[in-house]
Design a protein around this ligand. Structure first.
Ligand code: FES
Length: 118
C-alpha cells in the first residue's frame, strides 16, 4: 500500500507575511516531532532532513544556501536541496514542498491507513 502524504502548513502568509524566510537561508522546523531543514533558494522552498550525513550537524542551525545547495555550517559539505545529493556522493532525504496562495506547505508520508475496515 502506498503511503499517503499529509501536508503541513509551515508558513501562513496571513500571519508570517509574504516573505517569511530570506532567500538562500536554511532554518530548522519541527513537524510532528520530526526535525527538518526548510531552505529557500531563488527557485523556492525545499525541505530536507535537518541532519548532515557527514557528522550529524544540523543544517538549520547556522547553515545557508548557495546556488541551490545547502551548506553545512560545520565542515561546509554541500547538498542539493532538490535531490538531496551531496557533492561528496552521499545523500540527505528530501521532502515535498508546495507554495500555495496562503502559505508554504511541507508533505510527510503517513503510515496511518486512509480508512479502517470494520
Ligand atoms: S557535519 Fe556537516 S559537513 Fe561535517
Amino acid at each position: 500500500m502506498s503511503k499517503k502524504i499529509i501536508w503541513y502548513k509551515v508558513y501562513d502568509f496571513s500571519r508570517h507575511g509574504e516573505e517569511p524566510q530570506q532567500i538562500n537561508s536554511a532554518r530548522t522546523i519541527d513537524i510532528e516531532g520530526k526535525r527538518l531543514c526548510l531552505t529557500r533558494t531563488e527557485e523556492g522552498y525545499f525541505a530536507i532532513d535537518d541532519k548532515c550525513p557527514h557528522a550529524g550537524a544540523r543544517f538549520g542551525m547556522g547553515g545557508w544556501c548557495d546556488m541551490g545547495l545547502v551548506v553545512c555550517p560545520v565542515h561546509r559539505y554541500k547538498y542539493d536541496v532538490k535531490t538531496g545529493k551531496g557533492l561528496q556522493g552521499d545523500f540527505v532525504e528530501t521532502y515535498p514542498t508546495e507554495l500555495r496562495n496562503d502559505g508554504v506547505y511541507v508533505g510527510l508520508k503517513s503510515d496511518k491507513p486512509r480508512w479502517w475496515p470494520f
